[in-house]
Structure formats: C-alpha cells, structure tokens
Design a protein around this ligand. Structure first.
Ligand code: ASP
Length: 440
C-alpha cells in the first residue's frame, strides 16, 4: 500500500500546522510520499509566501533593492524551522543562492517555485524523508507544456529508489533546466502526477475544509458535505466554478483510476470527500452538487425553416469561431437557436459577431439577452431517477424565478439552467432546499 499526501498552504503556514501534518503522516506508514505547498496564510490578513516571492522578484527584475522583502520571506521559514526545533541555519545557503539568482533575473517562475522548494527541504528534514527536487523529475517542453509521459517515466524510475520522499509541489523544469511552474494552485497537479507515477492506492489532498460541499457556502448557509463524488461529476461542477482542486489535477489520477480523498488537516478525524472513478454508492440527496456562474449572454437567432437548412448550425458557430469566442451552450427550437457565451469575452466583439452572423447564416432576426447566470445541478443519481427535473423546476417556480434556458445532456448527469444574474443566489438556495433541506 502506498499513499501520496499533498498538503496545501494553510496546512503548512506555521510550525504548529507543520506539527499537525507530521502527526498525520506518522499515523499511517503508508503515507510515504509527501507533496508540500508553500507556506500559506496564517490568518486572513496574512500574505502567502508565493505572493511574497512574486512581489520580491518584481523588485529584483526592476533593478530595485529587494533585500528587505527577501529577509521577510526568510523570517517566515525561520519561524517554522525554530518552532520545529530544526537546525537554525538549515536554509542559509539556499537563501544565498536565491539572492544571487534574483539579482541575475532568473525569472518569476523560478522565484515563485522557491516557496515549495524551501518548504520541501524543511519537511524532509522534519520527517527524515528523502528530498527530491521537482526540477529533476517534472518536465515541460520548450513551449511550457507539461510533458506527461516523459515525467511519468523519469519520476517512477526515481521514486523506485526511495522508501519515503518529499517532492515539492507547483513546479518542474524545461528540458534546458529552466524552472517552470504550473498555474496557481498547481501543487494539486504535482500530487496527482506523483500518485500516477508510484501507482498509489490513494491520493490524499489535505486542506482546511472537511471535503467538498454540496453548494457554495457563500450562497447557502452551512451546506452539507459530499461524501463521494465521481471524477465526471466533479468536472461538471468545477467547470461551473466549484473550486476544490486545480482543474488539471484530475487528469493524471483519472487515467489510472486512483481515488482522491479531500481531507482537513485541522480535523483529521473527518472522512472528507472521496473523488472516485465510479461507485455503487448513491448520493445521499439524489443530487451530488449545485454550482453556477454569472455573466453570460445569450444570442437568440431566428430564421424560418432553420430546422431544414443543412449546415445552419455550423454557419452560426463559424461566426463565433472567427471572432475567437468560445460557446458554452446551444439550446435550439424549431426556428430558433440560442448561443450562450461569456459576457466579458463577447462584449468587445459584439458587433463583429452580429455582422458575421448576418453574413454567414442570413437569419431573420437576432436578439441579445445579457446578464444571465448558468446553474448546473449535477448528480449521478439523476440517471434513471424520475422527477429530478420536475423538482428543480418546481423549486424555482415557487420562488417566482423565471427560467431562461434548460439543458439536460443525454448522459443524465446534469441539468443546466439559465436565470438572470439577479435571481442567481435565490435560485441556488431554492434548489438546495428542495433536495437537501426538505429532502423531497
Ligand atoms: N503555492 C502555489 C500557489 O500559491 C501553488 C499551490 O499552493 O498549490 O498558487
């Protein structure tokens, strides 16, 4: 058995948090592979070390003095080192190198990556594990694209050499050795890559919440947690704004069927949420989750007999494609077709799209509906369960919320609804209530 355990920034923000992490790792000898983030915020007014590093490097790049800022970063690590009773000068040499590299303008990716790199050194010293620099085993091509197969090959071979390893998250290197980071929150991806490389039995992702919640807690007060969710369901919800893991973190484990367990460092006794390929467990509340996003526009196109015009849909989409605009949904009627796009992306190109639509598709009329929100009600429990859509629609009708669009894919995994931005929060609450609060 082996487990990959990734700890987020808030789990490693101070010596006290490190101790909790140490206890978690020591409690289970299968937790052999550790991926740390950089120290995060200790309280809501604090700054993440990654942000401090970006700020400090920006000064270096502008040719300004960055001494004070680098010392503040060093102080964050020294507080952790002394709190853990480790050797005081553990990172002195490292900071000398970093200072020289900053002065030589080594790049902002190099700068940001030092957050996890240094935390990895501390973690390895604290646990007595082997430290492995991610720049040696995680590869990007010259365009900065992650090289999944090469990484997997090299990483699995290197991991076979060690019993216990700390591999810092968030970065790797291009083939010429230049350090390159993933996008923000990318330590989640490193954990997933490592889980695949060692064929772990589970990828535990430790954070500061006890798993994934059924709805956004900023909208629904104290929403219930999700016990088990499939990769596919999570993907649907993530697309609609659910932020649990970095969205690219699913792919490496998904191809090898390794489950992810989201856990809380501050409440290790909680089971958290399991993210799995497939399960026979039915969701407790029929639906698995609700998510949504504001800021969409619907472009409603009408043309008599459009249903019998071969190629009409292609011409419509071509107008969007030529303007570099992604479409999100495209519900259609007999003589009407609507295209949903992101409002900020569309606004600047609006008139170009309209004239291209007229030129290419020759519609009778075009209308635009702005300030719309999309809500996804997601759940594997919908399949072969009658009445789910009826309940969703009834809940909104009772709150006098007008539905602008309904879309249910034939996979029966989700129902997407369009409402106005103004109705968004109330709509989510209404759907939550009908499935969870009243458990209908
Ligand atoms: N430290 C990086 C960030 O703040 C990566 C991570 O924490 O996953 O984005």
């Amino acid at each position: 058995m082996s487990k990959v355990v990734k700890f987020g920034g808030s789990s490693l923000a101070s010596a006290e948090q490190f101790q909790k992490v140490g206890n978690i790792i020591r409690a289970d000898k299968d937790r052999r592979y550790v991926v740390p983030s950089a120290p995060g915020k200790r309280n809501s007014k604090d700054t993440k070390v990654t942000d401090m590093l970006y700020g400090c490097y920006a000064l270096a790049e502008a040719g300004k003095s960055f001494d004070k800022e680098l010392k503040q970063i060093k102080a964050r690590y020294e507080e952790i080192i002394s709190g853990l009773g480790l050797e005081a000068g553990l990172l002195d040499k490292e900071f000398e190198t970093i200072k020289a590299q900053f002065a030589a303008k080594a790049g902002s990716d190099y700068a940001a990556s030092r957050g996890e790199y240094l935390n990895g050194i501390i973690m390895a010293a604290y646990l007595g594990f082997q430290f492995l620099d991610a720049a040696e085993v995680i590869f990007f091509d010259e365009n900065g694209e992650f090289m999944a197969e090469k990484t997997n090959e090299v990483l699995s071979a290197r991991m076979a050499e060690y019993e216990n390893v700390v591999l810092p998250g968030f970065y790797g290197a291009k083939l010429d050795g230049t350090v390159k980071t993933f996008s923000r929150g990318g330590s989640d991806i490193t954990g997933s890559i490592l889980a695949r490389a060692v064929q772990a039995n589970i990828y535990e992702n430790w954070t500061d919440v006890s798993g994934v919640l059924l709805a956004d807690p900023r909208i629904v007060k104290n929403p219930v947690g999700i016990n088990t969710i499939t990769y596919k369901e999570l993907r649907e919800l993530a697309y609609m704004g659910f932020s649990v893991l970095h969205e690219d973190a699913l792919f490496p484990v998904r191809t090898s069927g390794i489950p992810i367990n989201i856990r809380n460092t501050n409440r290790p006794e909680d089971d958290g949420t399991m993210i799995v390929e497939s399960t026979c467990k039915q969701p407790e509340f029929t639906i698995t989750g609700i998510a949504g996003k504001k800021g969409f526009v619907s472009i409603n196109i009408e043309k008599d007999k459009m249903n019998s015009e071969v190629g009409f849909g292609r011409k419509v989409l071509q107008a969007f494609e030529e303007n570099g605009i992604n479409f999100e949904h495209m519900p259609s009627g007999i003589d009407t077709l609507s295209v949903f796009v992101h409002q900020p992306e569309f606004e600047g190109r609006e008139q170009h799209v309209l004239s291209d639509l007229h030129r290419l598709a020759k519609p009778d009329s075009i209308e635009i509906d702005a300030d719309l929100a999309l809500i996804a009600v997601v759940g594997r429990g919908m399949k072969s369960n009658r009445g789910v859509a009826a309940r969703v629609l009834a809940s909104l009708a009772h709150k006098n919320i007008n539905i602008k669009m309904i879309d249910q894919g034939s996979s029966e995994l989700n129902i997407i609804l369009g409402v106005t931005n103004a109705d968004f929060e109330q709509a989510i609450q209404a759907i939550y209530d009908i499935f969870v609060s009243t458990r209908l």
